[in-house]
Design a protein around this ligand. Structure first.
Ligand code: UD1
Length: 338
């Protein structure tokens, strides 16, 4: 199949491009490089020995996107072109709503105009909200999100579900990611956040490489086994392979199908720090600080549905995630700017 990856030069998009190419699919990428780099795509081409059709384009821009749809015979769209920093979304909510909602509407309008029927969406466990019991199951109601970023995912899911309900020929897969970390085992592609990282694993990696002095662990007084928050961390290559399964499933399965992509096993912040130290034989300086606003004490996936229906399961261990994150960071201390 020929797959359009909107926002495909970013962290999850680039790893998914690699997995799709290695499974024999063709890849077209549209990205404005806001939080991504064309160098990631060049490295994907190098790793796979296969070409990617790459456009510098803002996915909100209907004219630019129509040109891409007309120039390529697209079978399926995967939408990664979302802003995703929780704290920034609280400070700049309109920026988040404008980008995340408009990119979704533009893609749907271009698909309608050109007859493309398959849409895979990069959603998040954040849509379950605080009220649901753990582990999260796809059939649970979507809860109250704790920040504008989360609400954009909630709203994008709604827009897509309504669009698909109105067109019996359209197919939609919502992939709800848990906490993706790690990098391709080559260390050639990985996560390259702008400025000081918000997320745990890039922060730890930058402490390890000496760019940041120490990690602050946000709270050690939660009602969890060691007092720090627990999450379902998943290797980005497992996540990427989940997208390949979704793309190969979607065309024969009308309507909306939802899958959690997680491992089903939670780890605490302290366990992540210890695992990173052990896997890479180094020390991470850390201290405990106050809780971060909006953080839930713990959540993880029930990943049974993806296993049963897609035949997908995460196979990489926490040690793999820690080793591969460090391998990428130490080879690329300044990300793609090296
Ligand atoms: C958040 C979003 C999630 C999004 C993900 C990636 C919510 C509720 N969660 O997940 O939807 O997909 O970011 O963008 O919207 N931590 C520290 N010190 C740090 C950084 C993090 O202790 O410097 C802790 C956090 O308190 C948390 C854990 O590490 O317990 C993971 O944090 P993070 O990587 O930011 O991901 P989430 O907040 O779980």
């Amino acid at each position: 199949m020929k797959i359009l990856l909107a926002g495909g030069a970013g962290y999850i998009g680039s790893h998914t491009a690699l997995a799709l190419l290695n499974s024999g699919h063709d890849v077209v990428i549209a990205d404005n490089y806001y939080n991504a780099s064309p160098e990631a795509v060049r490295r994907v081409e190098k790793l796979t020995g296969k070409p990617v059709t790459l456009y510098e384009a803002d996915v909100q821009d209907r004219d630019a996107m129509m040109k891409i749809f007309k120039e390529n015979d697209i079978d399926c769209v995967i939408h990664f072109a979302g802003l995703k920093a929780v704290g920034e979304s609280v400070k700049k909510p309109l920026f988040y709503y404008r980008n995340n909602i408009d990119t979704t509407l533009t893609l749907l309008e271009c698909m309608e105009a050109t007859g493309v029927k398959n849409f895979v969406f990069s959603s998040s466990a954040t849509v379950y909200g605080a009220e649901n019991a753990i582990p999260y199951v796809e059939t649970m109601h979507r809860g109250s999100c704790s920040n504008p970023y989360g609400w954009t995912k909630y709203m994008m899911e709604q827009i897509l579900t309504d669009a698909v309900a109105a067109d019996p020929d359209m197919n939609l897969v919502l992939l709800r990611y848990f906490n993706p970390i790690g990098a391709h085992e080559s260390g050639m592609i990985g996560e390259d956040p702008k400025g000081i990282p918000n997320n745990l694993m890039p922060y730890i990696s930058q402490v390890a490489v000496g760019k940041l002095d120490h990690l602050t662990i946000f709270g050690n007084d939660y009602d969890t086994p060691d007092g720090t928050c627990r999450r379902d961390y998943i290797h980005v290559m497992d996540l990427a392979e989940g997208h390949v399964k979704a793309v190969e499933y979607i065309a024969d399965h009308p309507g909306t199908n939802i899958f959690n992509l997680g491992t089903g096993t939670p780890y605490s912040v302290l366990e992540i720090v210890k695992a990173f130290e052990k896997a890479n034989d180094l020390k991470i300086k850390y201290e405990f600080g106050p809780r971060r606003a909006g953080d839930l004490p713990e959540f993880w996936a029930n990943a049974d549905k993806a296993k049963k229906v897609l035949g997908w399961t995460a196979t990489r261990t926490l040690e793999d995630m820690c080793r591969d994150s460090w391998n990428w960071q130490k080879q690329n201390p300044n990300g793609y700017r090296d």
